[in-house]
Design a protein around this ligand. Sequence first.
Ligand SMILES: O=C(O)[C@H](O)[C@@H](O)[C@H](O)[C@H](O)COP(=O)(O)O
Length: 225
Amino acid sequence: MSMEFKEYPDREMLALSLADKLASQLAQQLRSGAEASLCVPGGTTPMPVFETLSGTDIDWDRVTVFLGDERWVDGDHKRSNSRLLRRHLLKDRAAGANYIDLYTGQPEPEDAVDELGKNLAAHLPITVALLGMGNDMHTASLFPGAEGLATAMSKDSPMLMPIRSEGAGEPRITLTRSVLNNAIHTHVLIMGPEKRQALEKALKLDPIEAPIRAFLDNATVHWAE
Ligand SMILES: O=C(O)[C@H](O)[C@@H](O)[C@H](O)[C@H](O)COP(=O)(O)O
């Protein structure tokens, strides 16, 4: 497969159209199977998509939602990705979704990977993976130069890994390349000219320098100015 790039006239159109696409791919899976899973990014970009998606009429009771990565902070911390999800996605119709919180409250992310891995394993492969990207070309918490990145990007990595990187701020936990790469549908959401440039740069680099590169061949990239 090759990357598909979709450019939208504005951010609102992007959010409406992408939320519709994600919902229809989840619904399609629910027609043929007992459940579907949705992996979403943290950060600030996806909020309008979450807002629209939370109101879509699919059988959310049969959808499991989890983040591609979480920052190791309490659920009410302003940097918590779960906090963002609770406010913008896990409400309205989507309030009925089964949410797997990657932050367990244990002292370190290392303490949580085994148990979380077992919980996640029951919901794989991911039906729909929505990925974000930073200007440094990281996705999830797969940061260029992070300690442990080579393992997280290798084929035989565990499903989840703790990540520590200067660019990350706090310690984090992230799904690894092998799990994300197995998603049935992959979408990358980016906005603004800087991220478009970063994406173009990533296309010319190796995934170890530009981790988003590992997911682009099977992805639809959604962009608006
Ligand atoms: O927790 C995180 O930071 C993420 O999940 C991360 O991978 C995010 O998607 C990008 O950093 C883009 O973030 P913005 O949308 O805030 O630019």
